[in-house]
Design a protein around this ligand. Sequence first.
Ligand code: PMP
Length: 388
Amino acid sequence: MKKDRNKQSAPAGKAGGKNGKVFDANLFAAESVKSLKAYVPGEQPSGGGWVKLNTNEFPYPPSPRVAEAIIAELKGGRDANLRLYPNPESRALRRAVAEHFGLEEKNAIIGNGSDDILNLAVRAFADKNLRIGAMRLSYSLYPVLANIQGAKYEEFDFGKNFSIPTRRICESGVNIFFLTSPNAPTAHGYEISEVEKLLKSFKGLVLIDEAYAPFSKAGSAACLVKKYKNAIVVCTMSKGWALAGMRVGWALADESAIGVLDKVRDSYNVDRLAQAAALAAIKDKSYYRRLCAKIVSTRAATEKFFDKIGFGYVPSSANFILVRPAANGKSGADVAADLFGHLKSEKILVRYFASDPLVNDSLRVTVGTPEEMEKFKESVKRWIGSQK
Ligand code: PMP
């Protein structure tokens, strides 16, 4: 039965209304929001002592130049003062990011994290008539953004070996296709040529969400932006640049697409400290190249460990591994949930998507430092011992 908001009491100072009923703001919410299930981010535990392998953060600190740049911004006198608004378009950062990928300033837009950019893309390019397509599985924020916007969200099953079902996407008539590349949560990586094939054949826009590209062999798809005007390449500094706490992401695209995204952007969407920090980070190429390589080698060692103990996994092109634990030759949701609980009891956090039948037999494990992965492996071995 539909509740009538006119029958409920006006908001009162206390939890209860005048007639004793509890005020429910959901009755005033927009239709698309009333039944909305919000995105649930991975747990950010309070207190120390955790081995945190659940939200794909960079396991090393950001470049030392980042802290220097933040301090300089704070001390920079009247013109670089927190009293003043930041540059509304993050101009210097647009230029630096574009140059980093061999593009021009007009090809870049900066966001408050790449979630901000994804939100801009949904607001700009989707509505009740303009559908969004994405792979099943993909980053689970996309359908939430689509629902808020009242846009239809269509999921496409992977082709063989996680391949992109290009023909089905082309026939679907969706307005924009969100390709998570490397994929999350599987960590499967795509060749640039596979992404190019989609851009070439598909008449709509393709948003390539390459949050994990810094850890992939294929690298960034930004090299396709000049050739394909329907490409929008989105990345974040949360993963490959150790700046999850600063909230910076970007899109690289043809200037006409950047212009449309700019129309729906908040005026001052990236704060002064974030702009300064990100600028310092993007310029310190050698620091990040070295540490990304270290993460890739820790990833290989972790995959070897899984081979040795007989856990199945998707070969990873990201800084995490989707692994299917097995006990006494058996896998499944119960087994994955049990290992998740065991690890947590030893203060090791990984990500478990309990409610998704496609992955609830697996755990998503972020690649940490070698020391963190040692603790993880020791804990897994103890769990295996306890299963006999
Ligand atoms: N895309 C993908 C595929 C992600 O996994 C994430 C982080 N969960 C994001 C985008 C968003 O990153 P951020 O908002 O931290 O930039």
